[in-house]
Design a protein around this ligand. Structure first.
Ligand code: DGL
Length: 242
């Protein structure tokens, strides 16, 4: 009888953990593309999202500033009882994920880094463009991954901060947005890039016009679905999916 009771209590406790939300944060609205991909994949999960738009952009801040801002977002998500936290920002991942994992060892974190590896492995021209922030390019993850998987690939590393501003303002379509995108993308294609990696979570919001400008001449690599699948896998591995 006691054993049955104990099992019942354990199951209840597990069920309570599984019902807790998954937390997401980004310097702004960018990471919503990850959130939306995750909601499509796991509609039963409860979610929380913090857009730190007040402090956006993170891209040119010092690592210490990004760590402090990321930690503040994490504290808010933990106060909402999140069971896993997605650092839905390449810049925050680059600067802060090691710190966050060290400070909160019991919290599972999923972060992002530019999809250099799949782009480099499938590029035929051996020229790949990565669009990201300066903070992401400065990070250890980006440097290690490109040194490891893109040794024989020419990487065109482009800081496209104006895209972050456009997306925060909601300018994701129309002739001005298209012109701004064209100015960035045409030179990359002219330089031989056959893959364009969206290495900042603000950029998938411009994917429609990036694809229009690229017009089939380059593959647009958007990591949102892959990150959503990774979050699902981590929840399952830990037995905490809803
Ligand atoms: N969304 C962020 C990223 O993925 C960057 C935007 C910013 O500079 O704040 O890197």
């Amino acid at each position: 009888m006691r054993e049955v009771e104990a099992n019942f209590q354990t199951n209840e406790k597990d069920a309570a953990v599984r019902r807790r939300p998954v937390g997401f944060f980004d310097s702004g609205v960018g990471g919503r593309c990850i959130l939306e991909a995750f909601r499509r994949l796991c509609p039963d999960e409860d979610v929380r999202y913090i857009a730190d738009s007040e402090n956006c952009p993170y891209g040119n801040r010092s690592p210490d500033e990004i760590i402090a801002l990321s930690d503040a977002c994490v504290r808010r998500l933990l106060a909402e009882d999140c069971k896993l936290i997605v650092v839905a920002c390449n810049t925050a991942t680059a600067a802060a994920i090691d710190y966050l994992r060290g400070k909160y060892p019991d919290v599972p974190f999923v972060g992002l880094e530019p999809a250099v590896k799949p782009a480099a492995l499938s590029s035929k021209s051996a020229v790949v463009a990565i669009l990201a922030t300066q903070g992401t390019f400065n990070g250890r993850l980006y440097r290690e991954t490109s040194a490891r998987f893109a040794k024989d690939t020419v990487i065109l590393a482009v800081v496209a901060d104006e895209f972050v501003t456009m997306v925060e303002r909601g300018e994701t379509s129309g002739p001005d947005a298209e012109e701004a995108v064209r100015r960035r993308i045409e030179p990359l294609i002219a330089a031989g890039a056959d893959h364009i990696v969206l290495g900042c979570t603000h950029f998938p919001h411009l994917k429609g016009i990036i694809a229009k400008v690229a017009a089939g001449r380059a593959v647009i690599v958007d990591p949102s679905e892959a990150v959503a699948r990774r979050v699902k896998a981590v929840l399952e591995e830990r037995g905490i999916s809803a």
